[in-house]
Design a protein around this ligand. Structure first.
Ligand code: 5IU
Length: 252
């Protein structure tokens, strides 16, 4: 017999990390499990997207290094204001993948100063347990498995990556296309209602599929939202589809 998934309320009760708590509280308050991926390349597009989709999402995922005209004052200060206004968290998808000392420098220095504004970051765990120690003021989402065709995140890799993720106190969740244990939050990208791929290796599933089969906690949607003719309407659609799929996945 199939076990029902763990609810957000149950996960909140067991949450150890302040960022896990904040994410789950926001999800319950907004009735949303949607993270919008802002893969846009100018400050104006980033801020416009954040303003439009902000009320409907629990977090905005950034790739801050693709913003051509990045300036801390011009880009981050207003982005933080929008996050406060619309009550969403900032997830920098930096996918750190080096030794601890280098990751610490990439996290705290350079022009982006991620440590000053991100609520949580993504990181590979390929550098081993101690490579994650530097992220002790934010939450870490560990990359366990990738959505792209031919990824090297095999069963064995994912099993080892998960051991690090489950044992490190900075880790709040994992990115994966497979179910993860209840102790950790599952973030699933590669979600699109219209397409099955992008011709560049990306593979898509529907919200229904990932909640039902993977017991995903949060869906990450990029082009399905920011490429839509009306990004706000698309965000509302993914929010509603995601929430409906979550509620359905609670039933046996
Ligand atoms: N992303 C993936 N798959 C992964 C990981 C990250 O798609 O396995 I790890 C990122 C890449 C992009 C977003 O920023 O999630 C998905 O965007 P689209 O919905 O536009 O494909």
């Amino acid at each position: 017999e199939e076990k029902t998934r763990c609810s957000y309320e149950q996960k909140l009760k067991n949450a150890q990390h302040s960022v896990s708590k904040k994410l789950l509280e926001t999800a319950l308050a907004k009735q949303s499990n949607l993270i919008a991926s802002a893969d846009v390349t100018t400050t104006q597009e980033l801020l416009e997207l954040a303003e439009k989709v902000g009320p409907h999402i629990i977090a905005l995922k950034t790739h801050i290094d693709i913003i051509s005209d990045f300036e801390y004052e011009k880009t981050i200060v207003p982005l933080k204001a929008l996050a406060a206004k619309h009550q969403f968290l900032l997830m920098e998808d930096r996918k750190f993948a080096d030794i601890g000392n280098t990751q610490e420098l990439q996290f705290t220095s350079g022009v982006f100063k991620i440590t000053d504004w991100a609520d949580f970051v993504t990181s590979q765990v390929i550098g081993g347990f101690e490579s994650l120690d530097c992220f002790n003021n934010v939450g870490v989402v560990a990359i366990i498995g990738m959505s792209s065709k031919g990824t090297l995140t095999t069963n064995d890799y994912r099993e080892e990556a998960l051991k690090i993720a489950l044992s490190h106190p900075n880790v709040i969740g994992g990115v994966s296309q497979n179910q993860l244990p209840d102790e950790i939050l599952l973030f699933t990208p590669g979600v699109n209602l219209a397409d099955s791929g992008d011709g560049k290796g990306q593979q898509y599933n529907t919200p229904e599929h990932v909640f039902k089969n993977l017991h995903t906690d949060f869906i990450i949607v990029g082009r399905g939202i920011y490429k839509a003719a009306n990004a706000e309407e698309a965000a509302i659609t993914y929010k509603n589809e995601g929430w409906k799929a979550y509620v359905n996945s609670l039933e046996k």
